[in-house]
Ligand binder design. Structure first.
Ligand code: SAM
Ligand code: SF4
Length: 495
């Protein structure tokens, strides 16, 4: 399909002319015209990763990514079903996409629309019924079949959990694509979940827990490092349940995996997300003690501070278990900054239960956290529980919780002022001459610095803080021991 304003094909019979023409048009293959792909990701990091892999998969088919949906030939919405609002967003976006598709058709251009991800998995053919603009519905375990489905050129719904492993069909991204995505990257090491928290759709949309083989992960990280990636975040719905096998059939824990990945040249910083408190084992705690590359920031969602609610949520741990796990982690890495997810207004949550959540926030002293109003998800046990909490009560509790989280975040950030941090410079900042990077504790840091520092880990003295960000200057003075300063601050929080 030719783009608007496309060149006219050469008439002369010189084969070299034809080759040049197609090369110019396709960018990659002399026999394939360039088509434009727009992918929009909703929700979690796993969707961001999947969106990149879809783009990698479609690149050999002649698809080049565009940031603008209006000139795309293929639009993929990679969706999230975790809360009602997230799913609703997809349908309102499909309204806009319908207009784009109609405009393109009026100009003689065909646009294909695909809905991928967890809404696709959960709603299947219902999506096409509600939004006839959609051509393809493809679940998170089936997107390796996209080229095939596109070639068939007909409507399709692909939401079975296939027998084959999609990772076996996904090509490695090109160095150019990796470079374009920056110096940090996600690598999926585990997918799915067997925990069945009573509020959560993930076990139904992503399926049973599966870990990728060890060597496949090493290869992927090595390729990323070769292309200039300096920070890798290992991701999974329940990443610390990782139990992948090596080629000798030996099972590895996440701690063991991190230890080996830390040896890959070029990888300066490692993170992992999202962890379940029940799966924090000794290997993982030892990795925090031993690996300088492993970020001293851990996302360890607790959801609620009330044992009664934790039980109703089927979280499989108590508040005391959670606090004990944090004590063990902080004994290994005293400056470990913790973040969490919280749900307010789970069915049956009383004011007393909610007070337990607020007091847990104070006890742990989180450096930041996500917090959500409970959303009834069809098919989950929570959806049919009696004692649903009224919307206005949820909103009021959420506001109080967020105020408490913000207070702790501000205190944590304030304690960072005066410290020297290793900051991985990621990209240009908002102001001219400024770069943005991340501290070891995951805070964004703004620094006036030359552009050639992008991709480098540099020492930055933190001079101030505004909202969620830190500001700093390139350090030229002897380093203040940041770790001990932050560790002391936790001792103060616990006191
Ligand atoms: N596996 C992770 C864990 O166990 O903590 C969480 C993964 S889930 C994709 C991300 C977050 O979404 C959860 O931690 C929870 O706070 C939130 N969430 C999940 N289901 C929800 C629901 N029905 N209503 C509100 N928030 C929800
Ligand atoms: Fe959902 Fe996480 Fe619970 Fe699994 S462990 S069911 S992904 S909240």
């Amino acid at each position: 399909m030719a783009e608007k304003g496309a060149k006219t094909a050469p008439i002369a019979g010189d084969p070299a002319n034809f080759t040049k023409f197609w090369n110019e048009l396709a960018g990659q293959s002399p026999y394939r015209m360039t088509r434009k792909l727009y992918v929009k990701s909703y929700g979690c990091q796993m969707n961001v990763y999947d969106s990149h892999r879809m783009a990698d998969l479609l690149a050999p088919e002649g698809y080049v990514e565009t940031a603008a949906p209006d000139d795309a030939d293929l639009i993929i919405l990679n969706t999230c079903h975790i809360r009602e609002k997230a799913a609703d967003k997809v349908y309102s976006e499909l309204g806009r996409v319908r207009q784009l598709k109609e405009d393109a058709a009026n100009n003689g251009r065909r646009v294909t629309v695909a809905v991928a991800g967890c809404v696709a998995q959960a709603e299947g053919a219902e999506i096409i019924r509600r939004a006839p603009v959609v051509d393809l519905v493809i679940g998170p375990q089936s997107y390796h079949r996209l080229p095939d489905l596109l070639a068939r050129n007909s409507r399709a719904v692909e939401t079975e959990f296939p027998v084959e492993d999609k990772f076996d069909f996904l090509p490695a991204p090109s160095k150019a694509a990796t470079r374009a995505r920056g110096v940090t990257a996600f690598v999926t090491v585990q997918e799915g979940c067997d925990k069945f928290c009573t509020f959560c759709v993930v076990p139904y949309t992503r399926g049973a827990e599966v870990s990728r083989p060890v060597e496949k992960i090493f290869d992927e990280v090595r390729n990323l490092a070769d292309a200039g990636v300096r920070e890798v975040t290992l991701i999974g719905q329940n990443v610390n349940a990782y139990h992948g096998e090596d080629r000798n059939g030996r099972t590895w824990t996440l701690g063991q995996l991190l230890r080996r990945i830390a040896e890959i040249p070029g990888i300066a910083r490692l993170r992992y997300s999202t962890s379940h408190p029940c799966d924090v084992d000794d290997d993982l705690i030892d990795a925090h003690r031993d690996l300088p590359q492993l970020s001293p920031q851990l996302h360890l969602p607790v959801q609620s501070g009330s044992d009664r609610i934790l039980d109703a949520m089927n979280r499989r741990h108590t508040r005391a278990d959670y606090l004990r796990t944090i004590d063990r982690l902080r004994a290994a890495r005293p400056d470990l900054a913790l973040t969490s997810d919280f749900i307010v207004g789970f069915p049956g949550e009383t004011e007393d239960d909610f007070s337990d959540t607020l007091s847990l926030v104070n006890d742990v002293g989180y450096s930041d956290s996500f917090s959500f109003k409970y959303s009834q998800r069809p098919g989950t046990p929570g959806a049919t529980m009696t004692e649903q909490v009224p919307e206005e009560v949820k909103s009021e509790r959420l506001a109080r919780l967020q105020a408490a989280i913000k207070r702790h975040q501000a205190a944590f950030n304030a304690r960072c002022v005066g410290c020297d941090f290793d900051v991985l410079m990621e990209k240009r900042g908002r102001d001219a001459g400024q770069l943005t990077g991340r501290s070891p504790y995951l805070q964004p840091v703004q620094v006036m610095a030359p552009q050639d520092l992008i991709g480098r880990m540099v020492s930055v003295t933190i001079t101030g803080t505004i909202a969620n960000s830190l500001f700093g200057v390139l350090a030229d003075t002897p380093r203040i021991a940041a770790e001990s300063r932050v560790a002391q601050s936790f001792a103060a929080v616990g006191a």
